[in-house]
Design a binder for this molecule. Sequence first.
Ligand code: THU
Length: 177
Amino acid sequence: MQLGVYLHCPLIQKNIHMKERNIQFKYFIYESPEELPDEDLALLTLARKTMENAYAPYSGFRVGAAVLLEGGEMLAGTNYENAAYPLGACAERNVLAAAHAQHPDKAVLAIAIAVQNDKMEIVEPAAPCGGCRQNILETERKNNHHIRIIMHGESGPVYVVEKGADLLPLAFDETYL
Ligand code: THU
């Protein structure tokens, strides 16, 4: 190939210091919610119950998110869709905004996410969308505290991630601004 010949010409060879970096993250898999530590189970139960109030007439995908705050209080929210589709808001972002509005000085310790699809059974946990990961990370940085993330479908296993930053490597953050 022409390009290969060009790159192999010794006179114009570049000095390359390319490195490879590997980012790893771990998550825990519980076979069912009943196996979770009590505090996680209570938060997931609230997320699941609140999910029933999700306003999702367009997608039929219901999401409930519950947060545990420093001091033990729990708050919950759902996704909230709109006929002008892009205006719909995710459950995670809604509850994080409410947590800050009501308790700006309390760290968020954990968030549990429960989902249900009206069209099919979700048997694997649904991880937060990219935008919500960015919001979870922002909350971690604002409060200087990791957020434990507990995720569950309608049935099947529960995934637990120890911190939001794990779900968003090489993230954009306030240090660029
Ligand atoms: N949704 C959430 O609430 N959280 C997520 O992390 C992913 C998606 C909502 C948005 C929309 O109302 C529906 O799920 C389908 O995308």
